[in-house]
Design a protein around this ligand. Structure first.
Ligand SMILES: Cc1cc2nc3c(=O)[nH]c(=O)nc-3n(C[C@H](O)[C@H](O)[C@H](O)COP(=O)(O)O)c2cc1C
Length: 151
């Protein structure tokens, strides 16, 4: 089983930090969305899709990438995000797109990420230092669980 992680992380590289520890744990290849082609996925069985949340949505480059994917069979996907709120609700839209393309969704992970978006930037933003070591450890534990089951 080979694993790949594609991610969009444009604000403070918060999602990239999570993507890196997950990739280490899974032994996955790590590709920023700007360098990913739909054909990149061919060689992988387990694929992680990660993004920061911007206006309650995953970054449009990641969504457009998923929309451009052909139908697949036998591929598993997991979804992760960082956001101001740290909630998982924003995963519903990418999850639906992936399921429509034939992926089976095997996990979700989200945590808070530092943001200087909006007026709070005058005060250093919110969630300063997040994802922190505790968040990254949770991401490692999540990835380890996937590794034990699927790799
Ligand atoms: C333009 C913009 C819009 C954002 N919208 C939301 C939002 O709707 N909900 C939320 O919880 N966080 C929001 N955030 C905060 C980001 O989701 C958070 O900082 C995230 O960790 C950014 O990830 P990145 O550093 O990987 O880009 C927004 C940030 C920016 C810059």
């Amino acid at each position: 089983m080979k694993a790949l992680i594609v991610y969009a992380s444009v604000h403070h590289q918060n999602t990239e930090k999570v993507a890196k520890v997950m990739a280490e744990e899974l032994g996955a290849d790590l590709v920023p969305i700007g360098q990913a082609q739909p054909s990149t996925l061919t060689a992988y069985d387990l694929i992680g899709f990660g993004s920061g949340v911007y206006g309650k949505k995953f970054h449009k480059t990641l969504i457009q990438f998923v929309e451009a994917l052909p139908a697949v069979t036998g591929k598993r996907a997991f979804i992760f995000s960082t956001s101001g709120g740290g909630e998982i609700q924003t995963h519903a839209a990418p999850k639906k797109l992936l399921m429509n393309r034939g992926f089976s969704i095997v996990g979700d992970f989200s945590c808070k990420g530092w943001t200087t978006w909006g007026p709070l930037k005058l005060f250093g933003g919110t969630n300063k230092g997040r994802p922190n070591e505790e968040d990254l450890e949770e991401a490692r534990v999540f990835a380890r669980g996937l590794k034990e089951k699927y790799i």
